[in-house]
Design a protein around this ligand. Sequence first.
Ligand SMILES: Cc1cc2nc3c(=O)[nH]c(=O)nc-3n(C[C@H](O)[C@H](O)[C@H](O)COP(=O)(O)O)c2cc1C
Length: 221
Amino acid sequence: MAGGKETNCPLCGRHCSADAPSCQRGKEYFRTDGASETGHTRHGCGTHCHGRHKHHHRDPVFSRMSIRNYTDQPVEAEKIDRILRAGMAAPSAGNQQPWEFFVVTDKKKIKELSGVSEYSVCAAEASVVIVPCYRTEGLRFPVFDTIDLACATENMLIEAAALGLGSVWLSVAPIEERIKKADEVLGIGDDLHAFVILPIGYPMKERDPQDRFDEDRIHYL
Ligand SMILES: Cc1cc2nc3c(=O)[nH]c(=O)nc-3n(C[C@H](O)[C@H](O)[C@H](O)COP(=O)(O)O)c2cc1C
């Protein structure tokens, strides 16, 4: 183990042994316990890490980034299943779970979904697109339906990252025009509506996570 103060890596959350005596964000280097490799990667603070923090070991909450370009490598059915399970593991108001999930692999439909807005074109690159949808009827707390879907969506993005996959939130709701277009592609409407478009694929290239931690945003009372 390297000497110095033991702490957790701010990016991957794993136990680290820091070279510097105290954590000065953006200024110090970390070394993992017993690390013998010298794989260089970056922490959230932007400094290099001389440790074993390979991408798949990172805490996906901190390493998740929007990925808009994908390779042709097919996404395993088990991984899609995991992402769907992650979505359904989300909290929802009164546990009402107002969600339904469409898994789209039909190329024509994927192309149509990519045309829902000028901001969803990258969906055309993916071989699988998941569209989480929200019900509007029979809910205990209907006012929270899209908030519940946002929780499910974030879970899915994080799980995709944990599985080495890339995705991005391509917004549909609450923009009426986009909801209408996406609903038409899926053949839904009335009391079930598209919430978001999630292309899923293996990232064309890795992206360095950003550290957005800002102490000034924290207010202790
Ligand atoms: C509510 C919401 C709507 C978004 N809509 C789009 C979108 O329509 N198209 C897109 O390419 N990215 C969209 N994004 C992704 C954001 O651009 C992205 O999360 C943000 O730039 C931060 O980058 P990161 O996800 O890599 O951390 C959306 C994200 C959120 C949370």
